[in-house]
Write a protein that binds this ligand. Structure first.
Ligand code: SF4
Length: 348
């Protein structure tokens, strides 16, 4: 499946998504935020489309950006049609909530004509009344049943360009729902723990829930929902995917926890290097270690790294020391070596 120029599913990468927090009709602010998200590594951006003003802004937004854009729509099929007409790359709408069949048909027909996928977004907090009555409260089975209900509507209209999400703010419930969904149907899954919280607690919660799923090979796209600047969502998503080797062309940092053998100001160096590699588009492993006693050996899998020694740093590649660098030049030299490796990777 493709969303704009981005491939979803069928490869070993998970695609990073985030959502803007600006008013979508404010084109300037929305475009500005989308650009920041893209720069941070966001591969698909979603915008809320709560009204016609927002839907009408889509062509102007699309003109200014290159990242694929998703319209988040609830109920109103006219907004979906307007968004599709305006060049949106995907819509998030639950067909069962649109209403009359002719309205659903109109949306599906338009999406089909333009080759636009539809995401069905099941949310534990807004399950259909009859499902809630059947199960008594939101359950994983109820969430999967809801997903299958919406999928059924689209399949009946011969539409299968479908992505499904089953979000819950309860981590265990979300994990169970996604696992059951992965067993119940084969459509790509968009992962998320909804309303997960602030930067710190939301990061931990999302990493716990989504990590459990990613470890099992579940998930094609991912969004970390945080009560924070959405750029932070992208940073967290990237880091999480890196941990599973699922991020496209991302550099990773290995830093030692430090101990009594430490010889350099490791924490500030690690932070500086981490920030530096955030925008490096090559799968390089960089290591920063406090001492030379165990350091290089501990980071044998790193492509490049430094280990602190008295008044200097030892530069090493794949666990072997290649040269010494005076302490004050350590960070600068390491950055140069990282650039060299990234350049080599580009020419591979
Ligand atoms: Fe301690 Fe050196 Fe290992 Fe860092 S690399 S934890 S300073 S032994």
């Amino acid at each position: 499946m493709k969303v704009g120029n981005i491939q979803i599913g069928g490869n070993d990468q998970v695609v990073i998504q985030s959502m803007t927090t600006t008013k979508t009709h404010d084109v300037k602010a929305t475009v500005e935020q989308i650009r920041r998200l893209e720069e941070a590594g966001c591969q698909i951006v979603r915008v809320a489309v709560p009204d016609m003003r927002a839907a009408e802004a889509i062509p102007s937004i699309k003109k200014e950006i290159s990242v694929p854009l998703v319209a988040d729509i609830h109920f109103d099929y006219r907004l979906a049609l307007k968004a599709i007409e305006g060049g949106i790359d995907k819509i998030r709408i639950n067909p069962g909530n649109i209403g009359r069949r002719d309205k659903v048909e109109a949306v599906v027909k338009a999406a089909k004509e333009r080759g636009i996928p539809i995401r069905i977004g099941v949310n534990a907090g807004s399950l259909e009344k009859r499902i809630l009555e059947k199960y008594g409260y939101p359950t994983a089975d109820g969430m999967v049943e809801s997903a299958l209900y919406h999928i059924g509507i689209l399949e009946d209209l011969d539409f299968t360009d479908i992505v499904v999400s089953l979000k819950a703010s309860d981590v265990r419930l979300a994990i169970e729902a996604y696992r059951k969904a992965a067993a119940a149907f084969r459509y790509p899954l968009h992962l998320g723990i909804t309303e997960s919280g602030t930067l710190f607690s939301g990061t931990v919660k999302s990493a716990a829930g989504l990590g459990a799923l990613l470890a099992q090979g579940i998930g094609s796209t991912i969004r970390i929902s945080l009560s924070a600047d959405p750029v932070e969502e992208v940073k967290v998503a990237r880091e999480l995917l890196k941990a599973f080797g699922l991020a496209a062309n991302a550099a990773t940092l290995i830093a030692c926890p430090t101990c009594g053998r430490i010889e350099i100001d490791l924490i500030s160096i690690a932070n500086e290097i981490e920030e530096y590699i955030a925008n490096i588009k090559a799968p390089i492993k960089v290591s920063v270690l406090g001492c030379a006693v165990n350091g290089p050996g501990e980071a044998r899998e790193a492509d490049i790294g430094i280990a602190g020694a008295r008044g200097e740093g030892l530069l090493f590649r794949h666990g072997k020391i290649v040269r010494k660098i005076p302490e004050e030049k350590m960070v600068e030299e390491l950055k140069k070596e990282i650039d060299k490796l990234a350049e080599e990777y580009r020419h591979k």
